[in-house]
Design a binder for this molecule. Structure first.
Ligand code: FES
Ligand code: FES
Length: 850
């Protein structure tokens, strides 16, 4: 049977077998501007289209309902309207990863038609309630809408050199949904894969029976661990994460994969995956991380003990310093697990090239790691796999570990056919790592003048079953325990515990957010005892050049940025107090790069092509943070070439791999490597067809436990002060002033956008977001809506102040902006809430369910 409707002005018929309109548009008609962020739950807005002129989400709209209707997607809008919408969004910096943008443009187009110049910011924010954007904080989206409603235009500036605010690389294509994400890619003969996940967080797997799935019409084959020719376990640091749990094995969390079903279409593959039958013998689930450390039973299959890591350091006699302190506070802080909520679920496409080689299209944060890990699972030489990075729809750390790359590649390898797998939102939530919940037992002392004397911290983080980078997150939490302050004596110990809850790993801020929520809370408690303001106690203790920080690093001139950020929010702080508002201020720091003794070498290649273009090849994932934009701007700066001639590429055909795109490394180190390659090109006359290689290395850091005298733990830090202003009547956050020291703003427009998005994420972290698991290791939140992400209408005014205190030794003085983003937010919110009602908060989130 077919269903007929009018699509973009033409009568169109599709099979009625699709589960919803979105599937028909994308899978049968190849209309891909509407994105799939959560089908069929209708909660993200990415799939919005016009049906008879009304903006609606297409992923929960049955085909029966649209028979005879007129459907318009971005592809069907007039060139003038497309240009008007895309230009406004690109010129105002209203898009980052761009995954949410096409759906929002459709909504905005319909609002403009209905309300014209009467469309104001508040109305637009209310209507955007149907849409999620995890990157922008909605501020610039609303700027763009205001511009459009007023009929004004803003020039789409081409990219320029360092410090110019040109439009994001490929911004117009991204806005219109014309730039493909992995799930938008299609190749002839492509099959689809779907995962079958564990039903119990900890259970012995007695039998896996794929027979019912195998006989479902359309199913091509079912794969299990028995099909893996190479290594079963992968992992970024420890190889402890099985890509399949086999018969006779044991599940360790609900994201474990037991089978992978390949079929002629996605719907059939998913139905097949549901038909895989598994017999289990359920076991006691180990869900309490503190108890897990001493538990005699191992939480994870074939791994001894539940202590993933211990990080510790100490300086001076903390007991004596606390005894001698005029004021001491002791508090146990508990942060929550949260979800990245990138809008694009993980997708992988693997295509056999016919000569024993494969091309893997991945949106992961480290395509070289993806390639090497997949090769180990397949038992083949990594050189047989070309991993091509497809810019992803957001990641924030959640796409560092592989999600479905190995299973998809295995299927393509064994079938000799292209296979694509895109996770459903529910699968994505179960599989990828989250932000660690950390229990922080903190004692901090100060003298009568509020000057810090001592700090003791004991931390336990819930890492879930597999290592991911959990040990590094707790190491970073330990290292950042004292925040951006000078504390003369310090004693810190942090454990990462293995449990059967969700895996936890990298997430923007990487342990610093948790540690500094606690430290900022301790500072405000001390300030009250001393009788000074929150701003004043920070000013009296902020780290200065030449002082020793946390694990023993003597800080360089770059740390002046901390005081400059604090000073930058002071006028607004004073004004808010004078106006009778409830206020809280937070100050934070976060390292950029890996540090901790890692030898970091990154490379880039610049090549002048015969057609006049300049190809810039680097090794980082573009995920909305703008690393392609940075690479292009550095090339423009160094080579003085026309922006339209610069093309940015990431794939593994040249050995540029440098680990994960994490910790603001792309901006900081990528800029260094591209600049070096450009200089090599210049020195050689920029000859056509020559690969000019450049390199940037950081080889001067030490581990927090190295014992080195005066270690350099990190090569660079970003700093930020954030002021949160609340209305005393309503208790609402009405304004945030965010002063961020980025060292050098490569592109101020995009930089401000990063901060706005981070503040939005930070307010959610502070107030509403959570991803709890019950005692069976089962997440209690299964949908995007349930995560507590703040909607557009509830985002307060955000004022961003960029500070540029150069980082010594860093290219152009860059410090990075992504990592530090929300480090001070939760502390500032807690202080404002205390000012509001007198209560001290020690647990996140602070307002969920209120
Ligand atoms: S994909 Fe339709 S609302 Fe998310
Ligand atoms: S730009 Fe909105 S989700 Fe990334």
């Amino acid at each position: 049977m077919v269903v007929t409707f009018t699509l973009n002005g033409s009568e169109t018929s599709v099979s009625d077998a699709h589960p919803h309109l979105l599937a028909a548009l994308r899978e049968e008609l190849g209309v891909c501007s509407a994105k799939d962020g959560c089908a069929p739950s209708g909660q993200c807005g990415c799939c919005t289209v016009l049906v008879d002129g009304k903006a609606v989400v297409s992923c929960n709209l049955s085909l029966a309902k649209v028979a005879g209707a007129s459907i318009t997607t971005l592809e069907g809008m007039s060139d003038e309207r497309r240009e008007q919408l895309a230009s406004a969004f690109a010129a105002t910096g209203a898009l980052q990863c761009g995954f949410c943008t096409p759906g929002i443009l459709v909504r905005v187009s319909s609002l403009l038609d209905r309300k014209g110049a009467g469309l104001d910011r508040e109305t637009a924010a209310r209507h955007l309630g149907a849409h999620l954007c995890r990157c922008t904080g909605y501020v610039k989206i609303l700027d763009a809408v205001e511009l459009l409603a007023k009929g004004e235009t803003r020039e789409v500036l081409p990219l320029g050199g360092i410090g110019s605010s040109g439009t994001r690389y490929q911004g117009l294509d991204l806005a219109l949904g014309d730039k493909s994400y992995v799930d938008d890619l299609r190749v002839p003969g492509m099959l689809h894969g779907a995962v079958h996940l564990a039903a119990h967080a900890r259970a012995d797997v007695l039998r896996i029976d794929p027979s019912a799935a195998a006989v479902l019409p359309g199913v091509v084959r079912v794969f299990t661990a028995a099909d893996v020719p190479g290594k079963l376990r992968v992992g970024l640091i420890h190889k402890d994460w099985p890509v399949f749990v086999p018969e006779g094995g044991r599940t360790s969390y609900l994201g474990d994969v037991l089978a992978f079903v390949v079929a002629i279409d996605r719907d059939t593959a998913r139905r097949g995956a549901e038909l895989v039958h598994v017999d289990y013998a359920p076991l006691r689930v180990i869900s309490d991380p503190v108890a897990a450390l001493a538990d005699a039973e191992d939480a994870v299959w074939e791994l001894d003990g539940n202590v993933l890591s211990r990080s510790a350091y100490a300086r001076g006699d903390v007991d004596a310093a606390l005894d001698a302190s005029d004021h001491v506070v002791h508090e146990v802080f508990q942060t929550q697990r949260i979800e990245h909520a990138f809008l694009e679920p993980e997708a992988t496409l693997v295509v056999p090239d016919g000569d024993g080689r494969f091309t893997m299209y991945s949106g992961g944060q480290g395509v070289w790691d993806d390639r090497d890990q997949v090769a180990s699972v397949l038992g083949i030489d990594p050189q047989r796999i070309t991993a091509e990075l497809v810019s992803n729809g957001g990641a924030f750390g959640g796409k560092e570990d592989m999600a479905n790359q190995a299973q998809t590649a295995l299927a393509a390898f064994l079938l000799g056919a292209p296979v694509k797998c895109t996770l459903s939102r529910e699968e994505s939530l179960l599989i990828h790592p989250k932000r660690h919940p950390i229990r922080i037992d903190l004692t901090v002392g100060c003298d009568a003048g509020g000057r810090l004397t001592a700090l003791r911290a004991r931390m336990v983080g819930d890492s879930g079953p597999y290592a991911s980078v959990g040990m590094k997150v707790l190491e970073r939490a330990a290292g950042h325990a004292s925040g951006p302050y000078h504390v003369p004596t310090i004693d810190v110990e942090a454990f990462a515990a293995r449990t059967n809850n969700s895996v936890c790993g990298a997430f923007r801020g990487f342990g610093a957010n948790q540690a500094q929520f606690a430290m900022e809370g301790a500072l405000d408690r001390l300030a009250e005892r001393v009788g000074i303001t929150g701003w004043e106690i920070r000013s009296r203790n902020v780290i200065e050049p030449g002082q020793v920080w946390g694990p023993g690093q003597v800080m360089d001139d770059g740390c002046r940025g901390a005081r400059r950020c604090l000073d930058a929010v002071k006028p607004a702080y004073d004004a808010a107090i004078a106006a009778g508002r409830a206020v809280g201020v937070g100050l934070g720091l976060k390292n950029s790069g890996l540090g901790n003794g890692f030898l970091e070498i990154v490379r880039a290649v610049v090549r002048f092509e015969a057609d006049g273009t300049v190809e810039v090849r680097h090794c980082w994932t573009e995920m909305g943070q703008g690393v392609h934009t940075v690479a292009a701007q550095v090339a423009i700066e160094e080579l003085d070439v026309e922006p339209r001639r610069v093309r940015v590429v990431v794939d593994t055909t040249r050995e540029l791999g440098a680990g994960q795109t994490t910790g603001s490394r792309g901006t900081l180190m990528g800029a260094g490597a591209v600049a070096d390659a450009c200089r090599a090109a210049r020195a050689d006359g920029c000859r056509t067809g020559v690969d000019y290689a450049g390199e940037y290395r950081v080889d001067w850091t030490s581990s927090i436990e190295s014992g080195v005298e005066q270690p350099v733990i990190h090569s660079a830090f970003g700093y930020a002060a954030q002021l949160v202003v609340m209305d005393r009547e309503s208790g609402a956050v009405e304004r945030v002033v965010a002063a961020h020291d980025v060292g050098r703003a490569v592109n101020p427009l995009q930089c401000v956008g990063q901060v706005e998005g981070a503040v939005h994420m930070g307010l959610g972290y502070a107030l509403t977001e959570d991803f709890p698991c019950d005692e069976n290791g089962r997440p209690l939140v299964t949908t995007l809506r349930g995560l507590g992400i703040i909607r557009a209408k509830d985002v307060p005014e955000i004022e961003v102040i960029l500070i540029e205190e150069p980082q010594p030794r860093a290219p152009y003085g860059i410090k990075g902006v992504g990592e530090i983003g929300l480090v001070p937010t939760a502390g500032a919110v807690a202080a404002a809430l205390h000012d509001l009602d007198g209560g001290w908060r020690a647990q996140l989130p602070m307002r969920r369910g209120e």
